[in-house]
Design a protein around this ligand. Sequence first.
Ligand SMILES: Nc1nc2c(c(=O)[nH]1)N[C@H]1C(S)=C(S)[C@@H](COP(=O)(O)OP(=O)(O)OC[C@H]3O[C@@H](n4cnc5c(=O)[nH]c(N)nc54)[C@H](O)[C@@H]3O)O[C@H]1N2
Ligand SMILES: Nc1nc2c(c(=O)[nH]1)N[C@H]1C(S)=C(S)[C@@H](COP(=O)(O)OP(=O)(O)OC[C@H]3O[C@@H](n4cnc5c(=O)[nH]c(N)nc54)[C@H](O)[C@@H]3O)O[C@H]1N2
Ligand code: SF4
Ligand SMILES: [Mo]
Length: 710
Amino acid sequence: MRSLPTQEEHPPNGTPATSTHCGFCAMQCAMQLHADGTVKPLPHPINKGRLCVLGLTSGELLGHTHRLRTPLVRKKGQLEPASWEEALEVAVEGFRRIAARHGNTANAVYGGGSLSNEKAYLLGKFARLVLKTPHVDYNGRYCMSAAAAAQNLAFGLDRGLNRPLADLPRYDLILLAGSNAAETLPMLMPYFHQAKEGGTRFIVVDPRHTITANLATLHLALRPGTDLAVANTLLHVLAKDHRLNYGFIAEHTRGLEKALAAVEGCTPVWAAEISGLTPYEIQQAAQLLASARKALILTGRGADQNARGVDTTLAYINLALALGADFGTLTGQANGQGAPEMGLKADQLPGYRSLEDPSDRLAVARVWGIEPEQLPGKGYSAFEILQAIARGEIQGMLVMGANPIPSSPHSDWVRDALARMEHLVVIDPFLSETARHARVVLPGALWVEEDGTTTNLEGRVVLRRAVHRPPIGARGDLEILRDLAVGLGAGQYFRYTNPREVYDELRLATRGAKADYYGITWERLEAGEEVFWPCPSENRPGTPRPFAQGFPQADGRAHFIPTPFRPSAEEPDGRYPLYLTTGRVLYHYLTGNHTRRLKRLIKKYPEPLLEVHPETAQRLGLAEGGLAVVRSRRARACYRVRYNPKIRPDTLFVPFHWEGERAINRLINPALDPSCGMPEFKVAAVDLAPFTQPETVATAADQEVSCTTL
Ligand SMILES: Nc1nc2c(c(=O)[nH]1)N[C@H]1C(S)=C(S)[C@@H](COP(=O)(O)OP(=O)(O)OC[C@H]3O[C@@H](n4cnc5c(=O)[nH]c(N)nc54)[C@H](O)[C@@H]3O)O[C@H]1N2
Ligand SMILES: Nc1nc2c(c(=O)[nH]1)N[C@H]1C(S)=C(S)[C@@H](COP(=O)(O)OP(=O)(O)OC[C@H]3O[C@@H](n4cnc5c(=O)[nH]c(N)nc54)[C@H](O)[C@@H]3O)O[C@H]1N2
Ligand code: SF4
Ligand SMILES: [Mo]
């Protein structure tokens, strides 16, 4: 099917317009972007002529006055403007010096899921081939790592929502656990609304009754971090009542007995105690699930961003498998699906190839023109890299497409570690908090300043066309990586003149692998063809539903994995009596380095708001619109209060889109899921009090918190 006009068009107002895709979330809506920043939606199969407020506003980023237009190099403690030659030389010299003194493993690379497939691929190649370090990971460790690990274990493949969006209205029940899609994947909502109009019932699991929860027949407002108890209990109840799909289980799965044994004691009364739901609500959910003809269970970050994220996702997968239902997880970042597939993850080579499989290593080494022995092994995951920096073991790091200070848990500690490290190099179009602590800042490109491909939440590959070149003084990311590689004596591996050449190489590197892009040629993408990976041949249509013919496990079956309950790393107590959970709002994106610069968005949502139930607020003497101090074991921070009668009275919600002292991650617990490295972003124990001192208060970590900037 051909869906996108791709030629440059010249509309009446005279500014050239390009058909491209949005730079923000994983929907990857199609848009027409004019060189002057005007945005118009396109009638593409993904978004059918609609865009959300982020997409519509994104054009303002082109030519923004805050844009970095010169490299910066730290001199006598200050970041000073420098020439490209000098900045590249300082960047190169630092990595070289560290490798010479402490070995290659003292350098690291930290990437991001906003990067195109080409940028992600080259960044992974840069780490392994130029810096020769195993330590390359990306911000998706904080995002998709738990769901990815769970899907790999259960299904043998991680492909987020393993089906096209157009399938959603076909289900008669959708359980949505920890996704506030109305604010985070807004263009998904028309599919849900269509489903609802056709009679689909929804169960929404979220400590808050969000706009998304308006869909719900049943809203389960559980305590943060307790999905594992609830999902385990639903499985137990349905098994006890003999409401499982025994035909599907026998034909397509393995291991039900062990999974059932692990949920043996999980009665509704037990789960109610843990989750704060009533036993009746849990029974109601079980009833709805049991009566569905075909159900779909979908998870978002609310369910999996905790130190039991893999088990929690597996518990939802077990439930789906036991019912013969489908399961999917909602990817978040623009290229949250593609970036790890391109080898930006500590344990993966391009194509989802394994760093520990000799034939996978050989396949990539051949494409790169090296011996497999030259490829490093598995490295540290994102937060482990930060821990290694704090220990002094890693002293040089290249960051591209991430802002790890405000996005990481216990972020004061992370900031101190990064500020102390010897050699931090950041490539970013805007000065982020992380860049402010760097030794070298290189002004990189926005999403529409280089052609590139991304893979959206469905596993569909799209071509994001460049609208124009980076502004004078900034450079394309691919060009910067090439220049660094040349400086480090590895230019022969980076002889690309345009993104298409990188794409053609990554097609080869993924050929025959799980995430096979070989058949998805640039021409097919240019022609607007709808292609989903894996696609091994140019003559094949791609794979919209990878599990339609069975599961890609050796035995062709999906595996139940036992998920015994474990509590959160930190539970409320007398000193810290409330839950803190974190997430997103419609008007801002991740650490806000783009959206906090857009006037129209700032006008709508100027500062982080602390959502608190009015009863809790009044009990503590907090007025709506007044200032409050939230304190955890790690830090305290000050926010303006927003009454939300639809949040649990024992839970606070703060968005994480701000940097500096307003970064909520200063309070977040750095407990990690032991099997994937996902931090406990959704559960911390805190206390809450009115802000009384007008100027500043000392934090637990002796940081200054000032509310005067609010
Ligand atoms: N506007 C906007 N859109 C975005 C982004 C953005 O920053 N801004 N980010 C993109 C990215 S990278 C991602 S990963 C996605 C994330 O998209 P979502 O997963 O929808 O995002 P969150 O707001 O983090 O979390 C969703 C919900 O989980 C709830 N929640 C909190 N704790 C729990 C819990 O323990 N259990 C359950 N079941 N729910 C809980 C929160 O109240 C919240 O409503 O959004 C993408 N889209
Ligand atoms: N408390 C809490 N913390 C969270 C979460 C949460 O729900 N709660 N969610 C987590 C999740 S799901 C995610 S995905 C992470 C995100 O965490 P981060 O990735 O660390 O944060 P971003 O804001 O995405 O940072 C991206 C940076 O890359 C730059 N950038 C964007 N595109 C490009 C590009 O093409 N080239 C270059 N050179 N630079 C680019 C942007 O300007 C920005 O500075 O945060 C995680 N942290
Ligand atoms: S839904 Fe996502 S991809 Fe679509 S316009 Fe909004 S932010 Fe962009
Ligand atoms: Mo994410």
